[in-house]
Design a binder for this molecule. Structure first.
Ligand code: GDD
Ligand code: MN
Length: 364
């Protein structure tokens, strides 16, 4: 396997040569073709010059440079270069400042070898650590960031969502297409993780100890924190889109149902026959929209004909529920407006439709 360790750098002249040397030390223990890709954003301190000098003596070191747009933007460029140009089978994310111990790299890669697609060097699983001397504020900042990611963005299955020490298979990167991630700063970490989860990547958290940098200073800024929080809410909104789509389809179904019913009545059909026909028509259009729109991104086990069969069963259950409601209301209120009775039947039928279809027909 060819593995490219991506090191984003901005003013890391004191760390970069040391980290490259420390990584090479570790590479000897790893049974893979290991490379380093430094993504430097024209650091004014001359980090890139040091990397160029290193690359002269070490064939497995490369450098790309660019305009400073943020940590996420640097990783996006780095991942694309690693996968498309260097033909990496996997990439790693890692700080260039020794926050992440080079000695932990082999363990992260072992987890890849064991079958994981997305390995996280995690501070918040048993055995993982944050620096003992972190101030209350610093701890809270990190904890809150994770709380936001886990409970606002909805990634509660992962303990350390914001970690910047990870090993990721190229197949995951290819599925995601990092260019579609609109985040520039540190928020990139949760966006990438979220996309990986949506794509059913096998996630594995390996405990690591996070160490404070000894040289240079952190680049995390207020704009990163703001982007991070907005991004968590954005992810939340994107997630609930499925429900919104289902509701839109449902509303469309109501219109189809009532229009069909009215047309059938106009054609002179008896209302007791028109009702189930109109229900069936709306259920079929609902299914088509849900199949090709609402749930189109779901990775479903069932083949289309099984889904079709399940859909029919759900349809009959929903039809029965809807028609029963219509019959009961027609009996209770024989002179009432038939459209109202028909509309009332839609409510329980839609609920049953949603649950059975979401958890059975379109089950992931
Ligand atoms: N190219 C480039 N461009 N590199 C950058 C930029 C940028 O705009 N901003 C930061 N970097 C580089 C730094 O030079 C360093 O190598 C690495 O990215 C991480 O930056 P730090 O400033 O050391 O981040 P940190 O230690 O505060 O944050 C770490 O922990 C976070 C979670 O708590 C990182 O690992 C983050 O990725 C992680 O989210
Ligand atoms: Mn750091």
């Amino acid at each position: 396997m060819k593995i490219v360790v991506i090191l984003p750098t901005y003013n890391e002249k004191e760390n970069i040569a040391l980290i490259i040397a420390a990584l090479h030390e570790q590479f000897r223990k790893i049974p893979h073709d290991m490379h380093i890709l430094v993504v430097d954003d024209n650091s004014p301190d001359g980090t890139a010059e040091i990397v160029r000098a290193e690359a002269q003596n070490r064939p497995h070191v490369s450098l790309i440079t660019g305009r400073k747009q943020g940590l996420g933007a640097a990783y996006i460029r780095g991942m694309k270069h690693a996968v498309n140009d260097l033909r990496a089978d996997a990439v790693m994310e890692m700080d260039a400042d020794f926050s992440h111990k080079p000695g932990d790299v082999p363990r992260l890669i072992e987890a890849l070898d064991k079958g994981a697609d997305f390995v996280i060097g995690s501070r918040y699983v048993p055995g993982g650590k944050i620096p003992e001397d972190w101030s209350f504020l610093r701890r809270m900042n990190s904890k809150w960031g994770n709380m936001f990611a886990r409970y606002v963005a909805g990634m509660s299955s992962v303990r350390d969502c914001t970690a910047g020490f990870r090993a990721i298979r190229a197949s995951v990167i290819n599925k995601i297409d990092p260019d579609t991630l609109k985040v520039k700063g540190y928020a990139f970490q949760i966006s990438l993780l979220h996309e990986a989860l949506l794509n059913h990547a096998v996630i594995s958290e390996v405990p690591v100890e996070f160490v404070d940098r000894k040289r240079g200073e952190t680049k995390l800024g207020i704009s990163d924190i703001i982007e991070f929080m907005l991004n968590a809410w954005w992810i939340r909104f994107e997630r609930s889109k499925t429900f919104l789509k289902f509701a839109v389809v449902g509303a469309l179904g109501v219109a189809v149902n009532l229009v069909s019913f009215t047309l059938l009545l106009k054609m002179g059909l008896n209302k007791f026959i028109s009702s189930p026909i109109a229900i069936e028509i709306s259920i079929i259009t609902n299914f088509l929209f849900n199949n090709f729109w609402t749930f189109s991104k779901r990775d479903m086990n069932d083949r289309i004909h099984i889904r079709g069969l399940k859909f029919n069963i759900v349809s009959f259950v929903a039809l029965a529920v809807s028609y029963t409601t219509f019959l009961v209301l027609s009996m209770l209120d024989p002179d009432g407006i038939p459209q109202l009775h028909q509309a009332a039947g839609i409510i329980p039928a839609t609920l049953i439709n949603y649950f059975l279809n979401s958890y059975w027909t379109f089950k992931e």
